[in-house]
Design a protein around this ligand. Structure first.
Ligand code: NAD
Length: 484
């Protein structure tokens, strides 16, 4: 299957923080892959802008190296890289000062779409926004892209929204959550709203519970200092896991349009009950001297920041009343595996008797590795010897379904950047969504801070603290195995 590539309109994209880690690992290689796929129009220009002293040639060398290191994609030939580099320029700019802004403006073309990617720390968002307006680089059609973390709590998120709103309209602001750019996550909406099969069953009457797991094998490593001020709740749950929960739980929007989708997601967040303290388990990895423990990685022997969290929550509305949502994420776990599992209820009556055992349909949406979906259905075990039942997967792995072209499916960043150029905000978080998510997580965090709770230790390479298993066992349920 060959994917259909529709070129976008010509644009100027300025990447503030163009020499940084995110630009080198994700943004620039992603843009190159879109170039290879034929999606970059004639006249597109990509300008790196940062504090580092460098000229165009130096930046192009850096971009070429980043693409070689972080992946160019199968269809990109060597000569293509030279062509791509012709689109690239660099401008030294001080986000907090006056230097470089006039020169940057002079590089921009009149009449083209302008997008400004803030791939810098959030403390610079306000400075950049102000200078973009002050020096006349941005107009009312320009777009700004901002990265996580979007605030540290409700107060700081509100302040960031207010700062951006001084200079840009909400329709110009693209808050990235790269989970929303994943192929499977969008497929979740296609499966839910493009088929008659699932939606009638997608409610408390037929769904026993939902599990969302984002498990990582890496620790906090070099990011220890930053991570220790944040923890799994702020770094993963408040944004990525809640966004996934919203897409699973939301009502069908009338149209696949930015505000229609985001209105429905917002309603889900607002329908979330506060989480009870005994429905949350926090953990911290322990290497027992064989591998570094969290506290060593964080550089604080007394840190009480969590590197793991598991919680049970409820969406209090007609569709979901009584159906628990279990969320779990952590570092240094057994495997790198992220999935959403919709676990349906048992058949109301078994005609096959007790010997047939208990069987359930489970729809699994795999985010990584091997993006795809799997529907577990119950069939008769083949062969003689009576009616024995067995669960088999109806598997739709994208790699298999799309064959050799699957590598060409754009990754999350590529897709999202192209959406910015197209002016499509559907897969970006709106300001009120982000604030509502913080309004839900803030009391949870304050709760454990007030109680002075320390996280439970868990072994590196395990599935998290035993208490997280108990969170499910107490309800007569079980987490799915964390495996690749
Ligand atoms: P980084 O420290 O590697 O890069 C920061 C960039 O900002 C550099 O290019 C630097 O030159 C530039 N910069 C700093 N101060 C400046 C100033 N005063 N004027 C002009 N330029 C200045 O950071 P990063 O890891 O690339 O992260 C960038 C943003 O993306 C952060 O908000 C981070 O939280 C977010 N983010 C990063 C990742 C990642 O994987 N690295 C993932 C998700 C989100």
């Amino acid at each position: 299957m060959v994917s259909r590539v529709i070129p976008v309109d010509p644009f100027d994209l300025v990447i503030f923080g163009g020499t940084g880690d995110l630009a080198r690992r994700k943004i620039l290689p992603g843009l190159f892959r879109r170039f290879c796929a034929g999606q970059m129009p004639e006249g597109a220009q990509i300008i790196g802008a940062a504090r580092t002293e460098m000229d165009d040639a130096g930046f192009r060398d850096m971009v070429a190296e980043a693409i070689r290191e972080f992946g160019g994609g199968r269809s990109c030939e060597d000569g293509t890289l030279d062509e791509f580099l012709k689109l690239i320029g660099y401008q030294v700019v001080d986000a907090k000062g006056e230097d470089g802004w006039k020169e940057l403006k002079a590089r921009l073309n009149d009449g083209l779409i302008r997008a400004f990617y803030f791939s810098v720390g959030p403390s610079l968002f306000g400075d950049l926004a102000e200078r973009l307006r002050h020096f006349g680089l941005a107009d009312d059609d320009s777009r700004v892209v901002v990265e996580k973390p979007f605030g540290h709590d409700l107060k700081t998120a509100r302040a960031l929204n207010a700062t951006l709103a001084q200079h840009f309209d909400e329709t110009q602001i693209y808050r990235i959550d790269h989970y929303l750019g994943k192929e499977t996550v969008q497929n979740l909406m296609a499966v839910r709203f493009g088929n008659v099969l699932f939606e009638p069953l997608w409610n408390a009457q037929y769904v026993d519970h939902i599990q969302i797991t984002v498990a990582e094998t890496v620790g906090v490593g070099g990011r220890g200092g930053y991570y220790d001020k944040s923890g799994a709740m702020r770094d993963m749950v408040q944004n990525h896991l809640m966004q996934l929960l919203c897409l699973i739980a939301m009502e069908p929007p009338a149209r696949f349009e930015p505000d229609a989708v985001r209105d429905e997601k917002l309603k889900v967040i607002r329908a979330l009950d506060p989480v009870l303290p005994h429905h949350i388990v926090r953990g911290q990895y322990d290497g027992h001297g064989v591998e570094p423990s969290y506290r060593e990685d964080a550089g604080d022997p007394r840190s009480t920041t969590e590197s793991f969290i598991a919680l049970k929550c409820h969406v209090s509305n007609w569709r979901w009343a009584g159906t628990p949502f279990y969320l779990r994420t952590g570092k240094k776990l057994r495997a790198r595996a992220s999935e959403i599992a919709v676990v349906f209820k048992d058949a109301p009556h078994s005609i096959f008797g007790a010997d047939a055992g208990r069987h359930r349909n489970i729809l699994t949406i795999r985010l990584q590795p091997n993006e795809g979906m799997e529907l577990g259905v119950t069939i008769k075990e083949p062969g003689p010897g009576g009616m024995r039942l067995v669960d088999v997967p109806l598997d739709m792995s994208f790699a298999d379904a799309l064959g050799p072209d699957s590598e060409e499916v754009p990754d999350a960043y590529e897709r999202l950047i192209m959406d910015v150029i197209r002016g499509n905000q559907t897969l970006f978080m709106r300001g009120d969504e982000v604030e509502a998510a913080w309004a839900w997580t803030d009391p949870i965090i304050e709760g454990w801070q007030n109680r002075g709770e320390a996280p439970k230790p868990y072994d590196v390479g395990s599935s998290g603290p035993d208490d997280s298993l108990m969170l499910m066992h107490r309800d007569g349920r079980k987490w799915r195995d964390i495996r690749t």
